[in-house]
Design a protein around this ligand. Sequence first.
Ligand SMILES: [Zn+2]
Length: 212
Amino acid sequence: MGPWKLRILLSVLFLVIVSIVSILSTFRTTPRVPAIDLPPSAPIAIGTPLPPSESPTPTPEPANFVGRLNLIVPVAGVRPDQLLDTYSDARSEGRTHDAIDIPAAAETPVLAAADGKIIKLFQSERGGTTIYQLSANQEMIFYYAHLSHYAEGLAEGNLVKQGEVIAYVGDTGNAGAGNYHLHFSIALVTDPKRYWEGANINPYPLLQNRAR
Ligand SMILES: [Zn+2]
């Protein structure tokens, strides 16, 4: 092998090594940037905050708001360990459940899962007698369905406290006659005025992880 051939071989080798090193360094550095900059628990996107005049409560840090929910099981006498996760269950017309069903005897009191405002009392074909409640931080809608009837005096605009009786368990809507249960869902909303358009999140772990 002549010296010029050796030189070409060495140059090619050098180029190959340089490209391998540059490719490796690309692989190494790119995924690190977002992974390091994120807080330990990834926040859930909760949309545009409201203007200060409309939100009397301070906006919680997104990463912590779920932990601060501190929900109670919204049916009197039911403990967190009695709940079943029915969030991903299939429903008619290809839908998923996106809620939790909490079985209870007819007329068992339904309690506000958290403080908030009753924004809509609605008679729905599927949900029957229903309540939409806006969370105190205005970022979530709590939805209660298949109710037998509302608590006396309950009206849209009422501010309710966590644990307050707002309704009673029933079998209205498509629950099925005698299938008494509360259908409860939680949705993140960007616009509280469009309370029916939220993105559902699973209530089950939120009802399990109540901070003490
Ligand atoms: Zn349900």
